[in-house]
Ligand binder design. Sequence first.
Ligand code: CU
Length: 157
Amino acid sequence: MYRRIFTISAVATALLLAGCGPTPQLKVKEAVLTLSPVDSNPSVLHFNVYGGPEDVHLLRVSSPSAVRIEMHDVSVDTKTGAVTMAPMNRVLIPSGEKIAFKKGGKHVMIWGVNVIPRRLGVIETEFLFSNNVRILVKARVQEIDGSDPDEKKAIDG
Ligand SMILES: [Cu+2]
């Protein structure tokens, strides 16, 4: 009896999926926090945001393990070649598109990363979007050379 119910529901699910087609899901992936070699300087968070079924804005990134977090964009002065960065209040995430926060471009700067993510090698972050969706992301934490944080190495031996 249980087997029969299971079989019917599996078929129903398959039909449902076939009928819907792929719906893009709002996601945050490939998140990596690179620690600043100088503690008083901000660390940098890179990640990719994948747009969902509707256009939304990324409004804020927060973490219980940091003092201050800002979203930044980079611009290059076409005359002097000087690179400057400025805070952004919001970032448009178009439906179905990938927006990269990467080296040389948009990024998130984090001041005062505490000892918890340094020991774990992982930092908990929360991404808040304009449709009120909050996505919790565990970002890998690394030193500037890509290795585990020094505090984690000390524990792991
Ligand atoms: Cu910055």
